[in-house]
Design a protein around this ligand. Sequence first.
Ligand code: ZN
Length: 187
Amino acid sequence: MTNKTIEKLITQLLTELGEDPNREGLKKTPHRVATMFTELTKGYTTSRKQTVNDAIFNEHIHNMIVLKDVELYSLCEHHLLPFFGKCHIGYIPKDQIIGVSKIARIVDRFARRLQVQERLTQEIAQELQEVLNPYGVGVIIEAQHLCMMMRGVEKQNSTMITSSVLGTFREDQKTREEFMSFVSKAK
Ligand code: ZN
């Protein structure tokens, strides 16, 4: 969908909401919203290659690597409202490590779509599994959902926690515990 098409739809939405799309404050709103949605959903058009950008290095490292507190912003596909929080990622490399900033880029590639938190968590874990072929991967997301905070049940302080574990993180309890201990030290 082009920006112009989205602009037209937003103008129509403003009218349907009982607003005057021609008043000063709203004149450029359709354009801004169209640009914003393009940005917030750019994960659909970003490829694995663009994201990882060859930043995979051969290293004989077989110890757990954890990146914690990666900020995350996504859009709930049920309400088109943001959910936001933190993502913690761990993996045990099998002779291949990835540039640390690329992990954050992978998070964004999947967060910048219409999502549910459960699927987002799993997609990030699977992507790391496919890109690095490690011994195992763990991903935890802690997030708050505006669709729950400002509408519906209006619960302001609930955090949803989801996890996805693959390989040794799934099979070996000690590995999972090691990951959890790193993540809980995050506070
Ligand atoms: Zn929602």
